[in-house]
Ligand binder design. Structure first.
Ligand SMILES: [Zn+2]
Ligand SMILES: [Zn+2]
Length: 418
């Protein structure tokens, strides 16, 4: 059994945090040469004899040998040229191919190949296996799918795959750029953990020490391997993959993304929305997230090391916010009216909790430490590295906190006299 399956099996189901921690992921295999055993693993997991293999031209090439391993299965194939952005028409197309059949889906690739499969298989109630070709993001175990419809990217409730397979040889051979992106997506967890704790302190949102430490140990472990990320090293690639899976499992344990994403993911999400609206194809998720993470760590560090603020109530010019969001304004309205996430937070509460808030910020590695690790890991570091104008980054930092009903330290900025 892989380490991570052991963690899943041994994790307390009924936890002292009040949640029952469950995941639908039933089998995770990580190891060398597993590409040759995919058929066998699917059989062991009760997959039907018919399979729809979904991939793109790059990922099917990376997974060389996978089709030979499927002897005995009746395989239909859907090989896309290239999917950078998962769109609803991909989902519909796949649904048509599997509707009414006794068939399972084998998704070969990463995010944008897996996301339509996750939603199509959930809607048609089919089994899903993800065969990962790069350790590039943390969504493998996720039960939601980010999908673009009419130029808008939203997250749809989908399902976690029953089986996840990572062949370390293939993961290690993935383009360096993708491995570095995965590292950036992991460093983001430090900000996510801080935001989650702060929300727990101020709003009483459920916070689970056990789940938080699952994420924390996964990132800490990876930080130590930063210098190996760009190497074609199987052990490191396997570890990155495992860490990404651990944070994915942590999310399903909480049934939300708190253990793996904070203000930096919302900033990156808004960047992506604005770009999609302007017809620009977004970067790899982990690159934008990594840069947004450094921006947040710098800001959070300044807050923690500055003088104690003079706390005030939030005072936002929502007309200005809505103007920025343009045709996205309806969702932003719903997230803030008739009431919003900071309504219950008073300046007195902030004053009383300030030491704990600062403690939460200081509990994670600093901007400098994370930056150094990211440089070693070949990550993109600055907004110009990811090809964005400074103005776009500044606007997304300014406006993203209103996008969702979720408390982050970034959202509290207006109450800190900043
Ligand atoms: Zn718990
Ligand atoms: Zn992410």
């Amino acid at each position: 059994m892989s380490d991570i399956m052991k963690i899943i099996k041994e994790f307390p189901r009924e936890c002292s945090c009040g949640r029952s921690h469950e995941t639908a992921v039933g089998d995770i295999r990580i190891g060398r040469g597993l590409v040759h055993s995919v058929g066998e693993i699917l059989r062991e997991n009760g997959f039907p004899r018919k399979l729809l293999l979904v991939a793109d031209r790059n990922t099917i090439k990376a997974a060389e040998g996978i089709e030979e391993s499927l002897a005995g299965f009746e395989v239909e194939r859907k090989i896309y040229d290239f999917i950078r952005v998962a769109e609803m028409h991909h989902v519909c197309e796949l649904e048509k191919m599997i509707a009414g059949k006794d068939i399972g889906i084998l998704s070969v690739g990463t995010g944008s190949v897996n996301d339509p499969c996750r939603l199509a298989s959930a809607r048609q109630k089919k089994k899903l296996c993800i065969f990962a070709t790069a350790p590039s993001m943390d969504g493998f175990a996720s039960d939601t799918s980010p999908i673009v419809l009419d130029g808008f990217k939203s997250s749809y409730a989908a399902k976690s795959p029953e089986v996840i397979i990572g062949d370390t040889k293939i993961l290690a051979s993935a383009p360096t750029e993708l491995k570095s992106a995965g590292f950036g997506d992991m460093i983001a967890k430090y900000v996510g953990l801080v935001d989650w704790k702060i929300s727990n302190i101020l709003t009483g949102e459920v916070y689970c020490e056990k789940v938080a430490s699952l994420t924390r140990s996964a990132v800490d472990e990876l930080m130590k391997m930063a210098h190996l990320v760009t190497e074609k090293d199987e052990e490191t690639a396997g570890k990155i993959f495992e860490s990404l899976l651990k944070t994915g499992i942590a999310m399903s344990f909480m049934k939300n993304s708190r253990p793996a994403s904070g203000s930096e993911h919302i900033v990156a999400h808004l960047i992506e929305c604005v770009e999609l609206r302007d017809g620009i194809i977004p970067n790899y998720h982990g690159h934008d997230v990594g840069v947004a993470t450094l921006e947040m760590l710098k800001l959070y560090g300044e807050i923690a090391h500055g003088c104690k603020p003079r706390f005030t109530y939030e005072n936002v010019d929502f007309d200005d916010v809505f103007e920025y969001y343009g045709n996205m304004r309806d969702d932003v309205y719903k997230a803030n009216f008739p009431d919003n996430i900071v309504d219950g937070i008073t300046p007195e509460m902030l004053d009383r909790s300030w030491d704990d808030i600062v403690g939460a910020i200081r509990s994670v590695p600093s901007y400098e430490e994370c930056r150094e690790a990211m440089v070693k890991a070949g990550c993109k570091i600055t907004y110009s590295d990811i090809g964005k104008p400074r103005e776009l980054i500044d606007n997304c930092i300014k406006y993203s906190p209103f996008m969702r009903r979720r408390l982050t330290l970034l959202r509290l900025r207006g109450m800190l006299g900043m």
